[in-house]
Design a protein around this ligand. Sequence first.
Ligand code: CTP
Ligand code: MG
Length: 227
Amino acid sequence: MTYQVILPAAGQGKRMGAGRNKLLLELNGVPVLIHTLKVFDEDEGCSGIILAIHPHDEKEFKALLKKYHIKKVMNLVRGGEERQHSIYNALKTVNTNDIILVHDAARPFIRKEQIHRLAETAEETGAAIIGVPAKDTMKKVQDGVIVETVERSSLWAVQTPQAFRISLLRKAYEKAEADHFLGTDDASLVERLNMPVAIVEGDYDNIKLTTPEDLYFAEAILKKREK
Ligand code: CTP
Ligand code: MG
């Protein structure tokens, strides 16, 4: 089984508040972007990486790819206004029948075993994503008042990677564009085609670096993995 991966990396990291793309922040002296790229670069199942970047970051990202000897980046594409636009730009350059994965560059702790389980599931079903069962009690709230306690056993927090047959993902993105639909993940676009999306149970430590406190969690995860 082989797959190609689209890594959206063209955000601005506003919620991190570092004054630059959060992917350039370092964990153990290595930029977050490189931590994520290495997982795929070193995975024998990965046949190519398409990286969506912001023009501001182009020079610095290119220098990092060179410095860390990242070999599998086939295309560097220009990011768009929203994550979905960045991924669509990348998707337009994909030329393969392999399973295609979409993975946030801001999730550096994804494990190879999980990637393989996910890609194999997508090969069988057409679409599969990684997620974890919700741990907290969840309430639906409106104007500061609880409307409903949603039954937790049916709720999952979803992550990336998300994996698809290329033809299905293309169709989903084309429909979203035609309908001006903006989703917060890729599966939501496929769901709009009324196609089933399988969920593979992942790890709680596959966190996305979003706000400053996530950096503390990231340091702790790295320390534990080094043991
Ligand atoms: N991303 C992208 N293009 C955009 C916006 C986001 O490629 N227009 C990427 C980010 O670089 C990140 C991933 O999508 O790897 C998930 O997005 P998010 O965590 O929201 O990152 P940012 O958009 O950078 O952060 P913020 O929303 O706080 O500005
Ligand atoms: Mg964002």
